[in-house]
Design a protein around this ligand. Sequence first.
Ligand SMILES: NC(=O)c1ccc[n+]([C@@H]2O[C@H](COP(=O)([O-])OP(=O)(O)OC[C@H]3O[C@@H](n4cnc5c(N)ncnc54)[C@H](O)[C@@H]3O)[C@@H](O)[C@H]2O)c1
Length: 367
Amino acid sequence: MKKLEVKRIIVPLKENPYPVYIGNSILSQLPELIEVSFPQRNIFVVIDGNIDRTWGRIIRKILSASAKKITFYKLTPGESSKNYLELNKIYTALLDGNYGRDTLLISIGGGVTGDLSGFAASSFMRGISLIHIPTTLLAAVDSSIGGKTGINFLKKKNMIGAFYQPAFVFIDTNFFTTLPHQEIISGAGEIIKYAYLSDRNFFNYLQKNFDSLIKLQPDVINESVIKSVSIKASVVSQDEKESGLRQILNLGHTFAHAFETGLNFKIKHGEAVAAGIISALILSNKLELLSTRNMNEYLSLPSKIRPPKNLGNLKPESIYNLMLTDKKNRDGKIKFVLLKGIGELVLGAEAAKLEIFTSLQEAKEYY
Ligand SMILES: NC(=O)c1ccc[n+]([C@@H]2O[C@H](COP(=O)([O-])OP(=O)(O)OC[C@H]3O[C@@H](n4cnc5c(N)ncnc54)[C@H](O)[C@@H]3O)[C@@H](O)[C@H]2O)c1
């Protein structure tokens, strides 16, 4: 049978550059890639429960052929699994199975699975090899790239963690066909963000192909994932530990985190990011960074995503108060990532309360 095309993008980190493989229906090519770097290894797989239900049989068949010994650890789906009790269970299962430092840990699932098992890999015996196989659109274009791993602690998100890079990331876009629609929309919200970080071509491409993207038309989904991963890889490689440039990836996120907390997480992350980008574009215009003409044009893309209606019920005052608690703030001031134009970001921007309130109020017309 003809091999399907696999795109290879390098995350060009100074110390540990690694590849991201992207393609549609390419799962059968995974054993070969594992074999090259990790011949006949002891493999420990952390797999999301929903993925195991739908894709488990084929994944087990494919991976078992590449391993000397293999264990599948099934993770209960959902954010509540990203905690130290689950981490403890993974360490215990590794030790019970006599897994040592030569273990290859493979994470298969969304951002929850990737963050938790990435942190387990970073800390078990001071670090074991890791491969990410993201199965949500959001994990493919965001959480699996860049090496941030971690768990939630005392109800605070991502409080404990480490930067830990995988040996490679393997993205089969065919996995997305079983995603609930809202998860596709959530990933699309992050993809839209990348449109503002690079060049006009990607913005125009997404404008034109947004409907095909959310219908998972293979060419469009592949192209969008490839472009998003390339942008994230480039940003991350210039600022691995987030001391400067990497902050541009937070466009829309100061607002988005407040929307998520204000709605008790009854909004998907990417939906909140799209609404956050709308608010950030309007605020950029209020601060005279962005012309009204460009703002109107740029607003047309994130407003294709409709967040839950109750987002409109959140009061600017409570959103503002939630933003004051954002961990990216400095000296008690809210810091925003704003926009002058496509590819021209402003980091650490501040704004008066009134400008923030009116931006939030005006943003409601677009979502
Ligand atoms: N490390 C980072 O840089 C980074 C970046 C962004 C987000 N995150 C983290 O990622 C997490 C969110 O990730 P997520 O949105 O992927 O959520 P998730 O991992 O909870 O997955 C969402 C849902 O989709 C299901 N699922 C996964 N793949 C599926 C498939 N192919 N078919 C059917 N169902 C499938 C899961 O079981 C789950 O119910 C958060 O914890 C967030 O903090 C991390």
